[in-house]
Ligand binder design. Structure first.
Ligand SMILES: [Zn+2]
Ligand SMILES: [Zn+2]
Length: 222
């Protein structure tokens, strides 16, 4: 990636916010009206919510302030692609398509709390060395996801084993990569909170069609 491109679309790591530092991005919480999961019939987990007004380089439409990244994490739903229509005015989302046909639910004792606890986060610009694709970097990134940070926002997707779906199923236009998020059984340390946020060895990739306000959630195993 050229230096010019990087400045236009830098990647950020999602980290816990310093208590003294005001931030309008957050993990967890419940500020959007999200659709019910067709498998376990519960509301989706609002995982990370971005204040896109902070990213002038992304040129988001003025109607958009919060961009929520969500999925149900307690069942088989997120093992296949999901597509949602976002209503930025009313802060609500509706389901367009969920590809999952297998209905499997997490054991009661392994379920992730819903809503997730609200935790203030900040986005730290990724270093040039985090955008490389040599084996050593990839191995390090595998380790750091879920332990040093919970995901990455903007820039280019990293460590994906398969190419991400890049065309919107409604208009055929190109998706914009928004974020990739994973959990870990050892996240208490990073967030310094009593939090359970492990949903298997899975990375969720979030992409947006800006023409249709369509959010795609695409899983890949890691
Ligand atoms: Zn579910
Ligand atoms: Zn579209």
């Amino acid at each position: 990636m050229s230096r010019g491109l990087k400045r236009q679309n830098p990647a950020y790591k999602i980290v816990k916010n310093h208590p003294m530092n005001p931030s309008t991005h957050f993990f967890g919480g419940e500020t959007w009206n999200l659709p019910k999961c067709k498998v376990c019939l519960a509301s989706m987990h609002q995982i990370v919510t971005l204040d896109v007004t902070k990213f002038s380089e992304q040129n988001f439409d003025k109607k958009i302030s919060e961009l929520p990244l969500f999925s149900c994490l307690n069942c088989s739903l997120f093992w296949e692609n999901q597509y949602f229509k976002l209503d930025f005015i009313n802060q609500s989302a509706s389901t367009i398509k969920q590809d999952q046909e297998d209905f499997e639910q997490q054991e009661e004792e392994d379920r992730i709390l819903n809503p997730l606890p609200y935790i203030s986060i900040e986005l730290e610009e990724a270093h040039e060395k985090d955008n490389q694709i040599d084996d050593e970097t990839i191995n390090r990134l595998f380790f750091e996801f879920g332990t040093a940070y919970v995901g990455r926002v903007f820039g280019e997707p990293v460590i994906a084993q398969e190419p991400l779906q890049d065309c919107c199923l409604r208009c055929g236009g190109k998706f914009q990569f928004i974020a990739q998020i994973t959990g870990d059984s050892d996240m208490e340390e990073m967030f310094q909170e009593d939090i359970d946020f492990f949903f298997g060895e899975t990375m969720l990739y979030f992409s947006l069609c800006r023409r249709c306000d369509l959010l795609m959630v695409e899983p890949q195993s890691i």
